[in-house]
Write a protein that binds this ligand. Sequence first.
Ligand code: BG6
Length: 525
Amino acid sequence: MEVRLSQDNSESCERVSGGRCGYVIFGASGDLSQRKLLPSVFSLCRTKRVAAEFFIVGYARSAMDDAAFRIKVREAIRQVDAGIAESEIEAFAQKCFYVSGGYDQDDGYQALKARTAELDAAFATGGNLVFHVATPPPLYAGIVAGLGKNGLLKRHQNDAPFQRVIVEKPFGRDFESAERLNNDLLEYLAEEQLYRIDHYLGKETVQNILMFRFANPIFEPAWNSAYIDQVQITVAESLGVEHRAGYFEQAGLLRDMFQNHLLQLAALVGMEPPVSLDSENIRDEKVKFMKSIRPFDLDNLPAQMVRGQYGPGVIAGHEVRGYREEAGVSPSSCTETYFAMKLSIDNWRWHGVPFYLRAGKRLERKLTRIAVVFKKAAYGLFAGNKSVESAPAPNVLVFDIQPRQGLSLAVQAKVPGVRMCLAPVRMDFNYRDVYGSEMDEDYSTLILDCIRGDQSLYWRRDGVQASWRLLTPALRDSGTCSLGGASGPMDMLEIYPAGSWGPTAGERLLEKDGRQWLEPSLGNT
Ligand code: BG6
């Protein structure tokens, strides 16, 4: 069963554009800049979503001149789409410049200041600047201090000319360090100038969650504990730690994925309707939701969460190494690459509805999905009726975030024939079918929002505080762990085979509540 949407509205839904400005990338020779930032800014320029008065400056320690940086720029764009016309790449490359400098020396910031002033005059960008801090986290505070002390950043200058700073994740390692970082950054910036990024919020399918909930009022009366049995959020990756062992060994999956992406997804499903779509109102409601998550019972953590680490296994027919054998990983590492938890929400809407969250690396395949599982139909109507051959399954609303992008609603229908058989069928919306190709615009959306001064899709300080306050007690940095199953102490780490769906303890987390993870193959079309 398929529901087709009319495209009429989308055609009149014009793309918004950002005004003139300079965009400076700190960490410009790094991986994030190459894989995401440069291609995203290219896409903004190519589709004219930023003004023609726009320039890019890469800043990093590596010694490079403009010409060498432009070679990297061209490579970055071709990597994403080999079919783009050379003339378009060239036009973009001519807007790209490079300044080489340290992160803790005034010389570098002074050189940057002189260069941006020169480019501001040449490109008529009106003194507007966005600084994107995409370096390793220990450098964040020093960079913002360097900008502030060298006169590149003026506090409370959000309107013309504006100076705004995008800070990458992870934002802190725990509650204390995140607060320290907040204090350090806010010494030179006003909250309105600080854009704490979470690239999941830039995904179209993630933005669609709020639109779906609040623009389709038929769901709102059922969006509560009277009708919903549970919410499941899965963020599975088939990739392993890749070349990021240095970072990942220190972070672990709980910090890497839950503090930001998974809690944001949970908040979008669980928050109350905001007063308006204004950024402050949206973020107020998200923070209220996060504050209503019940703190973990510290005496009983293993009943609420599961830690795992991938061992050797097979993914898509290829043998892959275990985490402890990866380059840069300690052979006795206790870092988790899988985490699952059960959240209880103490508010009127969600009391008694568990939110189960799981994320892991080297799982069977990439899958980011939210499933809202409704309660089953009234028992009495179908039970005991001999002609009903199968018990009705619950309605399930699935938000497919990636790689499939869309949503589906499973409903019960009678199987044709004389007998009374029920079977679940799906009403299905796939972005690809309606809007053409797959979308991967997360960073473009977020960078454009920053240029436009819209903070809706960025974390606010109180949101960061609320998420770290919840998770900090569950962090384990002791460096020791015991291997085994679910019910041991919290330093218990279960090794799961790469290519599986994670530790068996992850299954038991739901089984003890009489539930199970939804079949990952559901809606695999
Ligand atoms: C990042 C994490 O924030 O998100 C990575 O640091 C992870 O470890 C990545 O691989 C996943 O992002 P996406 O968009 O591919 O789901």
